[in-house]
Design a protein around this ligand. Structure first.
Ligand SMILES: [Zn+2]
Length: 276
């Protein structure tokens, strides 16, 4: 599932490729993930327009055009963007949207679970119609989110600390995988209730949040290149490594599944029983 670092890399890459480029054609290949009042009209009006900007907010990417129109992409579990020469795509992927560009390139969106959403919006005002978008909390890397502010959020919401990190209306951008990485780096058990963390522990989580996300963006910049549809996670230390050896202490990495989500952590490095 693409999270802040993945989407931040995508934003940088696509900004460098798209800003100023004219769209020749927008095609809806699978309506199931596309939300639009009138996709045909949207497509007609987008023809010949230029990309103005690519932005990210939380786990959404926002493409804007010189006409004022916007395309908002929420990849959810398995949404992927592809950037290739026109028509040069792997036919095994399930594609839902295509944008053919004047320079012979094409962007497509694929989604194997169809859980993602693409919103075709006439203007910025229509962003209010995107569910959950207007309720997004502070960006995890926002300079305004100080250690003190983070600490008071964590103290106020008496949830498991992993939920504090991943609840998008509080802090935007972190999902299941990076939350595990952050809590491992901070040596804090993901199931600890946030109100039971000491000030020092809350500060550690904050510092690890900034560090893990920033380092991941740097790692992805060096690794992903033009194959933006491939999710690179092999540099993760704990997430997706259940049953393997903890790189710090040598214990086996634990895995807990709840509500279809996997949490990986080390019981030695991140002590604390469940639900305390
Ligand atoms: Zn360990």
């Amino acid at each position: 599932m693409p999270e802040l670092p993945d989407l931040e890399y995508l934003r940088e890459f696509l900004s460098s490729k798209l800003v100023g480029i004219v769209v020749n054609e927008l095609k809806v290949l699978g309506p199931i993930v596309v939300r639009s009042s009138d996709p045909e009209r949207f497509s007609r009006q987008l023809k010949g327009r230029r990309f103005k900007d690519v932005k990210r907010r939380g786990k959404y990417l926002i493409f804007s055009f010189d006409s004022g129109a916007l395309i908002v992409v929420s990849p959810m579990l398995s949404g992927r963007l592809h950037y290739r020469k026109l028509g040069d795509f792997d036919s095994r992927s399930r594609f839902f949207l295509s944008l053919a560009l004047e320079n012979g390139m094409e962007i497509r969106y694929s989604d194997d679970t169809s859980m993602g959403r693409i919103y075709l919006l006439d203007n910025e005002k229509a962003l209010s119609s995107v569910p959950k978008f207007v309720k997004l909390g502070t960006e995890a890397l926002d300079p305004m989110l100080s250690a003190g502010k983070f600490s008071s959020l964590a103290k106020h919401f008496d949830w498991e600390i992993k939920k504090v990190l991943t609840y998008q209306a509080l802090i935007a951008g972190i999902g299941n995988a990076y939350a595990d990485e952050i809590l491992f780096d901070a040596r804090v058990n993901p199931f600890r209730r946030s109100s039971t963390l000491t000030m020092e522990e809350r500060n550690r989580v904050y510092t690890s949040m900034r560090k893990v996300l920033t380092e991941a963006i740097v790692a992805l910049r060096a690794r992903v290149g033009e194959n933006i549809n491939i999710e690179i996670r092999d540099f993760m230390k704990i997430h997706g490594r259940g049953g393997q050896i903890c790189p710090v202490c040598g214990s086996r990495i634990s895995e807990v599944r709840e509500e279809g989500r996997k949490t990986n952590f080390c019981r030695t490095c991140q002590p604390g029983t469940l639900f305390t």
